[in-house]
Design a protein around this ligand. Structure first.
Ligand code: SF4
Ligand code: SF4
Ligand code: SF4
Ligand code: FES
Length: 948
């Protein structure tokens, strides 16, 4: 593993991928002996021995290809000069990499390449082109054939992609880009067309932008000549140092080397390079993590604290002291007038564990109540509830690598290729190796059919009927004798009641077909496939949790996995794909009104005692208010002050009108964020936040992996966010301080058993660790529940299907469901401030052709989307990805106001909003609606029209 000290911009490229084998071979290369796992290439063994063999078509992220003929070697007793990248080591092998014959051959090959390569090669300062170095290494001073012959030097550069250029003149057709796109990314956007001299790399479209390319950048990273080069490198030149850190976007939690120029305040990010040793991503990335970091330096960043007396006043820039004093006095004043419980705080899943931990401490110790909640409330809170109930821990069961052992993959309510792209690439690789995928989703997402991927079954489950669907799956397993009786007998409890429940004919696929919309035969076949495994894994997303029965569905999936014995080993499990980078962490850190860090209920005196003695306060034994309770209490008048860290509740929470009314009703709303977001329209104090490039701490991804987030540059606002929170608490009369974020993690580790072995030093040494990290598991726990569940026996639970009250009716005959798209991220605060807008400049409404025809709607029409709570306007896209009766949109652009139409329905156990089911009507927008939206008919997408 690359250690942190070695995190410079250059990494060793071993030429071919690492091989694992129980057997080893010892070879002698240029007189040096090296022992490697059997199957390792001569090229890699040489690199491990510190011997560099010239190469062009080989790189250690891709399978050996053997096309460039530059890496030739001689093997004692062997014939000819084999390519070292495709020659495996065998025990006792003796290799010479520098015989006269080999050097001569390499020179000739290199000369041929250079004869069709830009003349300025030696003076080229662009990127990391390997040609210059190889020309020097092979001793090619000049090209004997000259440069006047047939060549490709006049071909035009493709500048269409906003992040990288393709210069075909510099291309040597090594196909590393083509293989990166297929092997690593799994998109198959590139091919080599033509033969011999005429062979060229092509996108299959007019250019990169208008092709299947998803801008993951894997090809750019793989290109040895800089024919593919980051635009930022062309503009800024090469980086001079790097800092290892973690992506700020989704819950995959990819590790990156932020490659920069300059120091201190003058630091400039040149590019983000996925870290080869990153546990979550192993050197891969998506368009957001690799390219969409520019928002951190966007001119919209608000860098100074601001206050105002009323939300109708102008903002006034003030000092940190004045802003913090205003917050402290305001909150204390509210408590004096309205009681201790009249204020609260919301933490952010975009912030580090350390920042979140400090917010919940501020609320519990300085505010003196448990009114702390997190934005996980609106996404994965049912995961915490359901998995804790079934298994005893509120987290996914596997690491991402586990998917490489899965035989059947059941994807429910998730769209990994858009929302968790790097994990999707890993999953698709497994599918190309022969694993089967079953997709349960109303939409025909990419995993249903895309290049080299074809779902065994697509089960178009109707929004709101997940529990009926999973019960039918369990029914088939139980009634067809497919159950793992031994696992159920030895590892679970509650079997008797559950089995009696699930055997009932009302749960059969035939009985539920009309409810779920899934043909009974398809469901039976999918259930048989899943039960047969032998390793079957469930991956799910917000299409499971954001329902009125979200928690029930999580328990239902746990039932399915338990009755088939698919837990406690690699390749199986129940795995939430988390939306935000630190959803797992923000929940782990106790930012729930009923739980202290480590998911320990506030009613437990022995847990309160730990914090009470450490913090010197009394902690309330009763749970505090959840986010929706805070809103209701604000409208009712009893909740008057709110601190919001990095969450845009006015845009991301359901029923926007209700949220806005609650915010308007409060005396003091404090927003800490990068930008003046929608919520800040209702704020009285704005505290500037730090971007991930400025933070020092940890994020915990969907596999419970703690990754370090390291400051690439100093805080642009002069303070760390945890420091601001400590300042507020102190100004409120509760002195709170830490010397560093490492110290905060030390406190977390000292008080939370699952983090007992975590520290920044350990993380720096190990790269990353998956909790629990304990004496029993000092390096972390990739797979949970091996041998026994955290709660002892797994809990089987009868999961009664209760239809949502939100149903299509005559007035609102369609069902709206929502999701994300690859290039944008959640409410778009970050990605809309980057060139990612190129791919998705507005939210569109996808509608099935028959629904569209019935309403006279064509692609490009502006339509009104109305629910019982509100109306908005969008551009329609007629799409066969949708089933009839269901429409779909994203929520990345505030102007669309998708949450204007979502209702206040929520999960029975956790209040997670039912974003995925809203009864709506869609009509061609009238002139009046457009006028009310403040737009002309010629403007394609409109602002929200709000009424009740
Ligand atoms: S663009 Fe780069 S990686 Fe692709 S074939 Fe050309 S030289 Fe090789
Ligand atoms: S950027 Fe990614 S998807 Fe696009 S061509 Fe390159 S490897 Fe393929
Ligand atoms: S997959 Fe998620 S964590 Fe990884 S680079 Fe993309 S957005 Fe970042
Ligand atoms: S590197 Fe071995 S043939 Fe190209």
């Amino acid at each position: 593993m690359t250690t942190i000290d070695e995190a410079t911009t250059a990494e060793t490229d071993y030429g071919t991928p690492r091989v694992t084998s129980d057997e080893s071979a010892t070879v002698t290369i240029d007189g040096r002996e090296v022992t490697v796992p059997v199957g390792t290439s001569v090229m890699r063994a040489a690199a491990e021995a510190g011997i560099s063999i010239p190469k062009l078509c080989a790189t250690d992220s891709l399978a050996a290809f053997g096309s460039c003929r530059l890496c030739l070697v001689e093997v004692e007793g062997g014939k000819g000069t084999p390519a070292s990248c495709t020659t495996p080591c065998s025990d006792g092998m003796v290799v010479d990499t520098r015989t006269d014959q080999v050097l001569d051959l390499r020179r000739n090959v290199m000369e041929l390449y250079l004869s069709d390569h830009p003349e300025d090669c030696d003076g080229c300062a662009r990127g990391t082109c390997e040609m210059q170095r190889l020309a020097r290494e092979t001793g090619v001073a000049e090209v004997r054939y000259g440069l006047g012959g047939a060549n490709h030097l006049d071909e035009a550069t493709d500048h269409s992609n906003p992040y990288f250029d393709y210069d075909p003149a510099a291309c040597i057709v090594c196909s590393r880009c083509v293989r990166a796109c297929s092997e690593t990314q799994g998109t198959f956007a590139l091919t080599v067309e033509g033969r011999g001299f005429d062979s060229r790399v092509t996108t299959g479209g007019p250019d990169f932008l208008h092709s299947e390319c998803v801008s993951c950048g894997a090809c750019v990273q793989a290109c040895p000549t800089d024919a593919l080069t980051e635009r930022s490198v062309i503009q800024l030149g090469m980086p001079t140092r790097s800092v290892l850190t973690t992506c700020a976007y989704c819950g995959v939690g990819c590790s990156f080397k932020a490659e920069v120029q300059g120091e201190g305040d003058g630091t400039r990010v040149v590019r983000m390079m996925p870290w080869k040793d990153g546990g979550a991503n192993e050197g891969h990335s998506c368009v957001k993590g690799r390219f969409a970091y520019g928002y951190a330096g966007h001119e919209d960043r608000q860098l100074e604290p601001m206050v105002r007396d009323s939300i109708d006043d102008e903002w006034r820039v003030v000092s940190w002291e004045e802003a913090i004093s205003r917050v402290a006095q305001g909150f204390r004043g509210i408590q004096e007038r309205h009681g201790v419980g009249a204020i609260g705080g919301i933490s952010s899943s975009r912030c580090t564990n350390e920042e979140v931990y400090v917010v919940q401490r501020m609320v519990r110790a300085a505010f003196g109540n448990n009114n702390v909640d997190t934005c996980a409330r609106v996404c994965h809170s049912p995961t915490g509830y359901g998995l804790n109930h079934a298994f005893g821990t509120s987290a996914g069961t596997q690491d991402f690598r586990s998917v490489e052992h899965a035989d059947v993959i059941l994807v429910i309510g998730a769209n990994p290729t858009d929302a968790h792209p790097v994990f999707a690439s890993r999953m698709k690789k497994r599918l190309r190796q022969g694993a089967k995928v079953v997709v349960a989703d109303p939409r025909r997402i990419d995993l249903v059919r895309s290049p080299h991927v074809e779902a065994a079954h697509h089960l178009p489950v109707r929004p709101g009927t997940n529990v009926a669907f999973v019960n039918a799956m369990c029914h088939v397993v139980v009634t067809e004798g497919l159950m793992d009786d031994d696992f159920v007998r030895t590892r679970t409890e509650g079997a008797e009641g559950f089995l009696e429940f699930i055997r009932q004919p009302e749960h059969s696929p035939e009985a539920t077909e009309d409810v779920t919309g899934i043909p009974a035969a398809d469901l039976r076949a999918a259930a048989r496939l899943y039960a047969a495994g032998p390793n079957s894994a469930i991956y799910y997303g917000l299409g499971v949790t954001e329902h009125s029965q979200g928690s029930t569905m999580v328990m239902g999936m746990a039932n399915l996995a338990m009755i088939t014995g698919n837990l406690g080993r690699e390749g199986v499990g129940v795995n939430p794909l988390r939306g935000q980078n630190n959803v797992q962490g923000s929940c782990d850190m106790g930012s729930f009104p009923h739980e202290l860090p480590g998911y320990r209920h506030v009613s437990r005196p022995e847990v309160r005692e730990i914090y009470e003695s450490l913090w010197g306060v009394t902690i309330q034994p009763e749970p505090g208010l959840r986010i929706p309770n805070m809103f209701d209490s604000a409208i009712g008048g009893s909740f008057r002050g709110l601190y919001v860290q990095g969450e845009d509740i006015a845009q991301s929470d359901p029923n926007t009108q209700h949220v806005e009314a609650a915010l308007r009703a409060m005396e003091l709303v404090v927003v800490q964020d990068l930008f003046l977001n929608e919520t800040a329209r209702f704020a009285h104090v704005f505290l500037p936040g730090t971007s991930f490039l400025e933070k020092d701490g940890t994020f915990t991804n969907a596999e419970r992996r703690l990754n370090r987030v390291r400051p690439v540059m100093p805080s642009r606002v002069g303070k760390d966010e945890w420091e601001v929170v400590c300042d507020i608490a102190t100004a409120m009369g509760y002195p709170m301080s830490y010397g560093s974020s490492a110290e905060i993690m030390d406190e977390i580790a000292a008080t939370t058993p699952t983090f007992a072995g975590v520290s920044f030093d350990r993380l720096d040494a190990e790269g990353s660790m998956q909790w629990p990290v304990t004496d029993a598991a000092p390096h972390g726990t990739p797979t949970m529940h091996v041998g026994q569940f955290v709660r002892g026996l797994g809990q089987l639970t009868p999961t009664v299907y209760v239809p949502t009250t939100e149903r299509a009716n005559r007035r609102f005959p369609l069902v709206l469901t929502t999701g994300r798209i690859l290039s944008q991220y959640n409410v778009g605060a970050q990605t809309r401030r980057t060139p990612n807008d190129t791919w998705h400049p507005e939210d569109v409404l996808e509608i099935h052709p028959s629904d569209a025809e019935l309403r006279g709607i064509s692609t490009g029409d502006v339509v009104e989307l109305a629910s019982r709570v509100g109306t908005t306007t969008l551009t329609a896209e007629v799409s066969e990805r949708m089933p009839a009766g269901v429409v779909y949109t994203t929520f990345h652009h505030p102007v669309t106001g998708a949450n204007v139409v979502t209702t206040e329905n929520s999960d029975w156990a956790t209040n997670c909003p039912e974003y995925k089911v809203t009864a709506v009507q869609v009509t061609v927008a009238t002139e009046a609606a457009r006028a009310a939206a403040g737009e002309s008919a010629s403007v394609p997408a409109g602002a929200a029209v709000r009424y009740r």
